[in-house]
Every structure is written in structure tokens, then in C-alpha cells.
Design a protein around this ligand. Structure first.
Ligand SMILES: Nc1ncnc2c1ncn2[C@@H]1O[C@H](COP(=O)(O)OP(=O)(O)OP(=O)(O)O)[C@@H](O)[C@H]1O
Ligand SMILES: [Mg+2]
Length: 264
């Protein structure tokens, strides 16, 4: 799995929101997009999944050019997009929501059932609530469901837009731990996150998006220790503001342990 964007411009109406974007996601990599509100992070994810039209440049996935493909065709190739705001079907059960995520599953019915069982094992909280209406889940559980539904299609690339938005700090931690685990299982993850500190802490690489362009790119650690990034973005979300030994620093340490042999 390799995703490659070269000189991509995309937007809505006549306006280009993102422009001249060069970006790469390699197998089993966590790549984080950070940037201010309205910088174009969500639009970038939409350009990749096919929800925002690409005006110029190219997007290729495993060497195949996909920027002219429909969203469904891109999903079939293995690109899953979990949009901002947990867009689950609240009037349907957890189980049905998960099954809907598999409608483009490449495999047979029995393979789909195996995927569902696997996801149930990975997310016991959901497994216990398969017949609960999704709208009755807590915010954190709904986010978990949105991610699990994305996984039902067995993607090679999982794009998550603001997975921690509106969640209590404890649940934010939990979501980030899953993301780290998913990467350990070989999935590539492209993440858009307001919580710059935490998302860079688990990222292999990151891109800072400003006014629709890549302003800065580097390893997660490099960006975390960049003064420019610290000044502009690290005030957002959970940050190590209480100095060494604070719970948040413990969290970062634990996340790095989960990531283990990360190369950067
Ligand atoms: N459907 C749309 N139609 C027109 N303009 C849009 C649409 N969606 C987003 N925009 C505009 O595109 C710009 C970039 O929005 P985008 O959602 O990509 O930013 P973002 O970096 O994801 O911001 P946030 O951090 O708030 O999620 C903003 O100016 C926004 O108003
Ligand atoms: Mg956004």
C-alpha cells in the first residue's frame, strides 16, 4: 500500500481549498495532518476518498492513478474514510452499522462474517452491544463504532478525520491507543487531528497544512520538537503542560511503547 499525491488541488465550487499538495503514505505508517481550523485538512482527506473533486495534480494508490475514480471504486481498492463527526446511523443497531461498513467488502459472505467476528474481538465494547441502537452509545463508543465500521471493509489505508473531537481525555487516550494498535497490524493510517501533540506523538510522519498547502513536513518527533510547530499548534488538546512525570507525559510514553520499534 502506497498513497502518493503530487501537486493536488481540490475544493468546492470555483474555489481551490487545497493546492500543490505533495503527500505520501507508506505501508503501516501513521501520518498526521495538523493545521488550524479551515486549513484544508478535511478537504485533503475528501480529495483522497473522492468526496472533493481533484482539479489538478495526481493521486495514485499502489501505482494506480485513482483521482478520476468514484468514491466506491476507491473504497474497493482499500481506502476507507471515517469522516468528522461520527456519522453513524443512530436509529440502527451497532450490528447493522457494522454490516453496512462491509457492503463493499471484497470477500464472500463467510469472509464478511469472519471480519465481523474479528472486529468484535478487537472492540469488545461493541461486541457486547451489537443489538443496542447506535444512538444510545456514549460519544466515545460512537467514535469507536465509526472506526470499526471503516475497518469492516478491510481497508489498506484508513483515514480518520478528527477521531478525538469532543471526547473526554480518557477516551481520547483509548482512541489513540487503538490507532497505534491498528498500525502495528499493518494498516496505514492518515489522521487529521486538532490534538496536534498527541497525534504527532504516535505519528511516523506529519504534515503541517496552512492555507491549503504543506507548510512543513517531517517525522512526528521532529515536528514535535520544532519550535514553529510548538508555538503555533501544540497549545491545542492534551499537551505535556505539567512537565515531566505528568499523566500526559506518561501517556505519551505508553503510546511510544505500544509503537515499539518505530523507526524515527
Ligand atoms: N462543502 C463545502 N463547501 C464549500 N466550502 C467548504 C466546504 N467544506 C469546507 N469548506 C471550506 O474549505 C475550507 C477548508 O475546510 P476544511 O474543512 O478542509 O478545513 P480543516 O482544516 O479540516 O478545518 P477544521 O480543523 O475546522 O476541521 C474552509 O474555508 C471551509 O469553509
Ligand atoms: Mg476538518
Amino acid at each position: 500500500m502506497t498513497l502518493e499525491l503530487r501537486g493536488v488541488a481540490a475544493g468546492y465550487g470555483i474555489v481551490n481549498v487545497i493546492d500543490q499538495i505533495d503527500l505520501t503514505v507508506r505501508p503501516a505508517e501513521i501520518v498526521t495532518l495538523i493545521g488550524a481550523n479551515g486549513a484544508g485538512k478535511s478537504t485533503l482527506l475528501k480529495a483522497i476518498s473522492g468526496l472533493a473533486p481533484v482539479r489538478s495534480g495526481t493521486i495514485s494508490f499502489n501505482g494506480e492513478r485513482i483521482d478520476g475514480y468514484s468514491t466506491a471504486a476507491r473504497m474497493r481498492l482499500g481506502i476507507a474514510h471515517v469522516p468528522e463527526g461520527r456519522q453513524i446511523f443512530s436509529g440502527l443497531t451497532v450490528g447493522v452499522n457494522l454490516q453496512l461498513g462491509a457492503y463493499l467488502h471484497r470477500g464472500r459472505t463467510d469472509e464478511r462474517a469472519a471480519t465481523l467476528a474479528e472486529i468484535g474481538a478487537r472492540f469488545p465494547v461493541l461486541q457486547e452491544r451489537l443489538s443496542t441502537l447506535a444512538g444510545n452509545l456514549s460519544g466515545g463508543q460512537q467514535q469507536m463504532l465509526a472506526i470499526a465500521r471503516g475497518l469492516m471493509a478491510e481497508p489498506k489505508l484508513l483515514m480518520l478525520d478528527e477521531p478525538s473531537l469532543g471526547l473526554a481525555p480518557r477516551l481520547v487516550t483509548e482512541i489513540f491507543e487503538w490507532i497505534a494498535h491498528l498500525r502495528e497490524q499493518g494498516l496505514a493510517i492518515l489522521l487529521s487531528e486538532q490534538n496536534a501533540w498527541l497525534s504527532l506523538a504516535i505519528a511516523d510522519r506529519g504534515y503541517v497544512i496552512e492555507n491549503g498547502r504543506v507548510a512543513l513536513t517531517g517525522s512526528g518527533q521532529d515536528l514535535l520538537s520544532s519550535k514553529e510547530v510548538a508555538d503555533r499548534y501544540l497549545g491545542v488538546g492534551i499537551e505535556p503542560q505539567n512537565g515531566p512525570g505528568s499523566p500526559d507525559n506518561e501517556l505519551a510514553k505508553r503510546l511510544r511503547e505500544i509503537l515499539g520499534s518505530r523507526s524515527n
